[in-house]
Design a protein around this ligand. Structure first.
Ligand code: PXP
Length: 241
């Protein structure tokens, strides 16, 4: 029987809601989010400390790495600033991602071939501090091979394109995911996936060979609003009466 897929819950968008009021509210509390995700069966919390700090803040990284009862997977761009933050706070995993200031979300995978020297050096420094490293890449054999040469422990395949494609193009992208997953496993890399995933994709995603982990954020945070609104309104009605 296939192993269970480990779920990492990305809580960036909970932090986005806090930041739209300039972090003047005590809610949503990130440690509370961890507790709830754990109670739901999550095995990991994923956070992305962006250069522009639009959601997760430095103090979130500090408190989550210190106090969270789940493993932390810190997504970060390949910069000296982020490397120093990771080395100081020691998350269990670092996921190296490409980062452009103006993007709405992480658009596309990392070009490990192009950034090889920098990525290899950062991976080496993190691994020396016992932090495991994954590369967020497109499902491309060349990118998988470069990730292995860099010394990465895992690859996280960008599923955002597969999610949005339709018909024959979607089938072809899934085939690329399967082939890349097989190659990653052959090279001793763990296989992770993430981006754009929803309940509707679970069946196909869990059929990917060698899949260990899925990191999911936006859909879960959105569903938690519709699933939780009745309860929070009931509490307020009670408080007002
Ligand atoms: N994995 C990586 C590397 C990401 O950048 C993101 C988005 O922040 C996710 C997973 C989660 O994607 P989504 O929020 O679309 O589920």
């Amino acid at each position: 029987m296939k192993n269970k897929v480990r779920l990492g819950v990305n809580i960036d968008h909970a932090a986005t809601l806090r930041q739209v009021r300039g972090a003047t509210t005590p809610y949503p509390n990130m440690l509370e989010m961890v507790k709830l995700a754990k109670a739901g069966g999550a095995k990991q919390i994923t956070i992305h400390l962006r250069e522009d700090r639009r959601h997760i803040q430095d103090y979130d990284v500090i408190s989550l790495c210190k106090k969270a009862s789940l493993e932390i997977n810190l997504e970060m761009g390949a910069t000296e600033e982020m490397t120093k933050i990771a080395l100081k706070n020691k998350p269990t995993w670092v996921c190296m991602v490409p980062e452009k200031r103006a993007e709405l979300t992480t658009e596309g995978g990392l070009n490990v071939l192009k950034g090889f020297k920098t990525l290899e050096s950062i991976t080496h420094r993190l691994a020396k501090a016992k932090i495991k490293v994954s590369m967020f890449i497109e499902p491309s054999i060349a990118q998988v091979e470069a990730s292995a040469l860099c010394g990465a422990h895992a690859v996280e395949f960008h599923t955002g394109s597969w999610v949005l494609l339709k018909g024959a193009k979607k089938k072809a992208e899934y085939k690329r995911l399967v082939e890349a997953a097989i190659e990653a496993n052959r090279l001793g890399l763990r296989v992770h996936v993430g981006h754009g995933l929803d309940y509707a994709h679970a069946k196909m995603i869990k059929s990917l060979p060698h899949l260990v982990e899925a990191n999911i954020g936006h859909s879960l945070i959105c569903y938690s609003l519709t699933d939780g609104l009745k309860t929070s309104v009931q509490k307020m009605v009670k408080a007002l009466n």
